[in-house]
Write a protein that binds this ligand. Sequence first.
Ligand SMILES: Cc1ncc(COP(=O)(O)O)c(C=O)c1O
Length: 396
Amino acid sequence: MRVAKRIENLPPYLFVEITKKIAEKKAKGEDVVSFAIGDPDIPTPSHIIDRLCQAAQDPANHRYPESAGLPELRQAIAGWYEKRFGVTLDPETEVVPVIGAKEGIAHIPLCFIDPGDVALVPDPGYPVYSVGTMLAGGEPYYLPLKAENDFLPDLNNIPEDILKKSKLLWLNYPNMPTGAVADEEFFSKVVEFARKHDVAVCHDSPYTEVAFDGYQPISFMQVEGARDVGIEFHTLSKTYNMTGWRIGMAVGNATMINALKTVKSNMDSGIPQAIQYAAIEALNGPQDCVQEHNDIYQRRRDLVIEMLNSIGIEAKPPKATLYVWAKVPEGYTSAEFATDLLEQVGVVVTPGTGYGKNGEGYVRISLTIPDAGLVKGLSRLAGWRDIKNRFRAKQT
Ligand SMILES: Cc1ncc(COP(=O)(O)O)c(C=O)c1O
């Protein structure tokens, strides 16, 4: 049996490979500490789970949901955007729940990309932006995110022939994997760019609520004109530790939302209703948990940065996201350094090249590791430094 070319040509999903490597080590009886996957270790807050359990008991929630989501959920999403960002959305036309942001991100190219069209995609970036484009028959054109530009893409440096074929522009701030943030000035330039070149903007923003030192990330939707040119994806995954429940949202431009609703209604039958009620509780309920989680991540971030700097690895504390984007030591590629850490001290980090070729020279370290694992992982990193020092001493 032969699978379709569109599948043959796809790279394996990054974390499938990493999970396989970890499983192989574990099968050999080796103990591995993983800083690889950005999946919150802290449980979903109990008031949200209680609502889920209650809703699961109601037979009305055992039936097919509507793919456009419960009106109460769309209302809760609009209410949350109003409270959090001062952005007013029409729950009927400017909001659609998605089965996790990943589902919406994978499907939106089907709405805008025809074979031969181009999507402008940040590099390094979340792999689904380019894979969704390829599955729709289009081609990604990569926009390098460089440290010297604060990991923002240079929109003035895209060739004219590419601009003519470009239908979508992907952006993601606070940024995964670099931890960079964007301000209103940058987003205003994006609106101007999108208008000039007739490109639809998809801003992926799962990390607006994971922020440190009092910093409050903004929404693309806060910027004048954003709604005319684009949509934003957000998710409950990281804000309320709900990665396993699979629920998120797309909001903004009504034409884009309507197109996504059309694709979704033909492909999925919505999010289980009990989960929709849990999401309503999360969005409307007490928000203290968000700061409590951020305090935990901030403490971990500081411990990781301190350890990395102490072993000669350059990394700046991110203002937001669950990740530290660390420079690999001289003489290593990203992959070599990640392999060395795994082989020498049983620590897993994600090579930056897993997010694109401009991720070379970096590794991503996730802060979603329980404290006991974190302490063990950090002491292993110190062990790696000692091994290297002994090796150097032997050579001289
Ligand atoms: C940048 C980015 N976008 C989207 C997602 C997917 O989020 P969800 O769990 O809502 O599918 C992730 C998950 O790690 C992410 O890092």
